[in-house]
Design a protein around this ligand. Structure first.
Ligand code: ZN
Length: 188
């Protein structure tokens, strides 16, 4: 089921979770998900309303699932290594978890959603199912790793020509433009 109607920079919820580590390919990656409050903040940013605040256990689960999905997606895009059985097993285990069941209610002659908000664990089940769907459908051919030198973020390129280069034009795209500008000037 769809947990968010927000337009996501990477195009998919599972990729958005992977992108909570910045500069993966550099010497000092930055992790956004250091505690429960940070996980809550990320969920709010991607437009997922949750039933209860994430606790410490949730944080380690988010990191575990994130890293497994990251390896699966990265190998799928770059083809540089074998897929790890442990990652497949972890994603499968979470995908078997319970997720909120969509429910309808009639309100003043209109139909509205009466689905309960998910718990932080149920969101991970949705993330795992999203990853399985993404990695096994023709859409996976549109996965691309950001051209940013230290970035490593994988996104779904839904642009018409399929030539999107950056995870975010504000972040990596802008950095590349600034670097190119600097190079041009240092040559003069
Ligand atoms: Zn990037």
């Amino acid at each position: 089921m769809v947990l968010t109607t927000k337009r996501l920079a990477t195009g998919r919820l599972c990729l958005e979770l992977v992108a909570t580590v910045h500069g993966r390919l550099g010497d000092a990656p930055n992790d956004d998900l250091l505690d429960g409050a940070a996980v809550a903040q990320w969920l709010a940013a991607v437009g997922v309303e949750i039933a209860e605040a994430p606790v410490a256990d949730d944080v380690s689960h988010y990191v575990e699932v994130r890293e497994a999905v990251c390896r699966l997606v990265t190998v799928s895009v770059t083809g540089t290594a074998e897929q790890r059985g442990e990652d497949v097993a972890l994603v499968n285990a979470w995908a078997r978890g319970s997720a909120p069941v969509p429910q309808l209610r009639v309100e003043e002659r209109s139909l509205v959603s009466d689905t309960a908000k998910p718990t932080p664990r149920q969101v991970l089940t949705a993330v795992a199912r999203d990853a399985i769907d993404l990695l096994t459908t023709p859409e996976s051919a549109r996965l691309h790793q950001c051209d940013g030198s230290h970035c490593g973020t994988v996104f779904l390129d839904t642009s018409r020509g399929g030539r999107r280069r950056w995870c975010s034009s504000d972040r990596c795209g802008n950095r590349a433009r600034v670097a190119a500008h600097r190079d041009r000037h240092s040559e003069v």
